[in-house]
Ligand binder design. Structure first.
Ligand code: CAA
Ligand code: NAD
Length: 285
């Protein structure tokens, strides 16, 4: 089996756009599937904006940007993933939506050796693998936001992922995309979110209780611990719906009250306050 050239990405939101961007910038051919024309246009605009930023700061020249964009095919038909050698699913953090995407990819992707990966933050890979008839080919490749900037990927094999799938996913992430991998067990939250999310939830509880203002909580961690951004700004950047979904998976897995989403966070999501992507969360954008 040769190196991967034909990559698929399903879902072109914050993460799927970033994964598609780094893949085309690495010289790969990408099909990105979205649900409708508006979402497809938004994904294209997000990728274009991010590449323009790289051109603006001298990290990318215009000709390379243009040839990368030519390798990007954004579609509203999942069936266009048929000839892909590796597909990364990056739809919302919802087990029902993800399992239905995996069941469809299983029917659509013709190469039985193709890698079917998920960028899930917290949903068990085994559950997604179980929606297919090729569970050995399913693996977590968990990228970090913003994808063009952050070096890490977590490689998450399930109990039945084949070594060949792990090898090909690892080669894709490291040699082709230039990311640095860590290996994690198939447990909700893997390594990073198991540590990060309780911290974000603690910050929300601190704010909810009136203990300190959002700005003071964030400044505390930026100025006092040299974090690049404070926890409430980071929660807004991740997306508050995504933070709640991750907390729910981890709480279901471990039953630890530290993983339970605080009521305020849930109410903000109910009210459509999703953070940066909706224009308002703990802060206004
Ligand atoms: N897309 C592409 N590039 C971006 C970007 C974006 N959205 N945001 C920033 N950048 C680039 C900038 O172009 C700049 O690049 P150069 O160094 O080449 O000029 C660089 O990143 C730094 O950007 P800025 O100077 O504008 O801003 P900054 O220094 O404040 O950095 C940041 C912004 C990179 C987002 C930084 O604040 C950061 O790393 N924050 C922490 C992010 C983090 O913790 N992410 C993990 C979230 S958890 C997760 O992803 C897992 C999960 O499952 C939820
Ligand atoms: P998002 O809400 O920004 O994007 C999800 C996208 O998926 C939307 O554009 C939506 O239209 C699309 N979509 C939904 N159903 C679809 C379908 N059936 N076919 C094609 N497209 C579909 O979410 P996101 O932040 O990009 O998160 C995506 C995944 O990445 C989640 O599993 C999340 O947990 C994970 N993740 C998120 C972050 C983060 O910081 N936001 C970091 C790492 C991993």
């Amino acid at each position: 089996m040769g190196q991967i050239q034909r990559v698929g990405v399903v879902g072109g939101g914050l993460m799927g756009s970033g994964i598609a961007e780094v893949s085309v910038r690495a010289g790969l051919d990408v099909v990105l599937s979205e649900i409708d024309e508006d979402a497809a246009a938004a994904a294209r605009a997000r990728i274009r904006k991010s590449m323009d930023r790289a051109v603006g700061n001298g990290k990318l020249d215009e000709a390379t940007r243009d040839s990368a964009l030519e390798r990007l095919n954004i579609t509203t038909r999942l069936a266009d993933q048929a000839d892909r050698q590796l597909v990364v699913e990056a739809v919302a953090e919802n087990p029902e939506v993800k399992t239905s995407v995996f069941a469809e990819l299983d029917r659509i992707v013709t190469d039985r050796d193709a890698v079917l990966a998920s960028n899930t933050s917290s949903i068990p890979i085994a559950k997604l693998a179980g929606a297919t008839e090729r569970p050995g080919s399913v693996i977590g490749i968990h990228f970090f936001n913003p994808v063009p900037v952050l070096k890490l990927v977590e490689l998450v094999p399930s109990l039945v992922t084949t070594e060949e799938t792990v090898r090909r996913a690892g080669e894709f992430a490291t040699e082709q995309l230039g990311k640095q991998p860590i290996r994690a067990q198939d447990r909700a939250g893997f390594v990073v979110n198991a540590l990060l999310v309780p911290y974000l939830l603690s910050a929300v509880r601190m704010y909810e209780s009136g203990f300190a203002s959002a700005e003071d909580i964030d400044n505390g961690m930026v100025l006092g611990c040299a974090h690049p951004m404070g926890p409430l700004t980071l929660a807004d950047m991740v997306g508050l719906d995504t933070v709640v979904a991750i907390a729910d998976s981890m709480h279901a897995e471990y039953g630890d009250p530290g993983y339970a989403a605080p009521p305020l966070l849930r109410r903000m999501v109910d009210a459509g306050l999703l953070g940066k992507k909706s224009g308002k969360g703990f802060y206004q954008y």
